[in-house]
Design a protein around this ligand. Structure first.
Ligand code: ADP
Ligand code: MG
Length: 355
């Protein structure tokens, strides 16, 4: 009699969570909420703005299809809910309010992030001042650090999945979209091919073990995009993008970084390294001097040209700089950055297993 071998794609081995506390109501959603518009959509989900009739409170309702490509994906939705629940005390993660079930969808009622995606600030003609960027990156790292403390990895960090509580002035960040998130270390190694080519780390493309460092790569990509307005690895097609990622082919030229502080370049350089073990952890990143140099600025509008003084951190950093020259190292608000984004939003559902 042969014993069944553990299936590497089973929920446990794949780091999927299966237990939720939030009840899934079968009451008609429309009796409780009024749907007032669309906020965004992916391959298998539509997110709609809706208002709770009893309170007037606004929520984002994420409609997740139960069947995708003929496959029952209820377990994937349950997993996404379970991850949101385990991140409930993480202020940088969007809150799960309630859940409903319709014939085709499970609908997650999420805290509404009124400021939209930080992606919009990456493609805008007017990039954010560097003091704002470092604040958003600090908050993103806080959220990621908390996730990693719980052995959770997001695996789909990108500017479209980092939202803001308000638009102008930019509010606080909220991390969304935990469909690809996984729990590490439950059973053996985690290797999966998932994510969005432009933002995924080389180890994903090479089917090598996934660790918390995988998310830190994506934080490097996000920081690069916020400061330069360009996507560092986007090629003309998927193959070129893959090649750029696996060769860590990044443009740090003066042209791309003409109005960006040396410390910003140093921060990005430390994250966009091929070997995951050589990337700093989220906690280590938090003490990089770039993230603290501008936070004393009373008014981000008082921008200045960056300092011409070359400065490079060592491979490790520990404390914010005491140096006043660095604190004044402001970014001018650039107007005319060339963009080279690919709007390739294709990605599989959790478990579909390919890029
Ligand atoms: P998908 O898995 O399809 O990528 P997401 O959870 O990323 O779904 O949601 C898709 C888009 O919907 C987001 O990129 C964002 O623009 C919008 N969105 C998602 N959640 C919220 C929210 N809580 N508040 C406001 N907009 C949201
Ligand atoms: Mg998304």
């Amino acid at each position: 009699m042969s014993r069944r071998r553990p299936d590497s794609r089973s929920g446990l081995a794949a780091g999927l969570l299966g237990e939720i506390q939030t009840p899934i109501s079968t009451e008609p959603l429309e009796s409780v909420y009024e749907i007032t518009g669309e906020l965004g959509r992916g391959k298998f989900a539509v997110v709609r703005r809706c208002v709770e009739k009893a309170t007037g409170k606004v929520f984002a309702a994420k409609f997740l299809r139960k069947r995708r490509r003929g496959r029952d994906c209820r377990a994937d939705v349950i997993h996404e809910m379970a991850v949101l629940e385990s991140a409930r005390n993480n202020a940088r993660v969007v809150n799960l309010h309630s859940a409903y079930e319709t014939d085709h969808d499970i609908v997650l009622l999420l805290e509404y992030a009124a400021g939209g995606e930080i992606f919009d600030h990456c493609v805008s003609e007017e990039l954010l001042p560097e003091a704002q960027i470092t604040r958003l990156i600090r908050q993103t790292l806080e959220g990621v650090h908390h996730l990693h403390l719980s052995n959770l990895v997001h695996l789909d960090l990108k500017p479209q999945n980092i939202l803001l509580t308000s638009l102008s002035p930019p509010g606080d960040i909220k991390i969304v979209d935990f469909g690809l998130a996984r729990r590490l270390g439950v059973v053996g190694e985690l290797r999966e091919i998932l994510g969005t080519p432009e933002y995924v780390a080389p180890e994903i493309l090479n089917y090598e073990p996934i660790t918390t460092a995988t998310d830190l790569w994506s934080v490097g990509v996000i920081a690069y995009m916020l400061v330069t307005g360009e996507s560092p690895f986007a090629g003309d097609d998927k193959q070129e993008t893959y090649l750029n990622v696996s060769q860590v082919n990044v443009d740090y030229s003066r042209e791309a970084f003409s109005r960006v502080s040396e410390l910003a370049v140093d921060f990005v350089r430390k994250l966009l390294v091929k070997t995951p073990e050589d990337r700093p952890s989220a906690a280590e990143c938090m003490s990089h001097p770039w993230l603290w140099q501008l936070c004393l600025s009373p008014d981000p509008a008082t921008t200045r040209p960056r300092s011409v003084r070359e400065r490079s951190c060592g491979s490790k950093w520990t404390a914010p700089p005491e140096d006043h020259e660095d604190k004044e190292n402001f970014l001018e608000s650039p107007h005319s950055h060339a963009k080279r984004f690919r709007f390739d939003e294709e990605r599989p559902a959790a478990g579909d297993g390919e890029l």
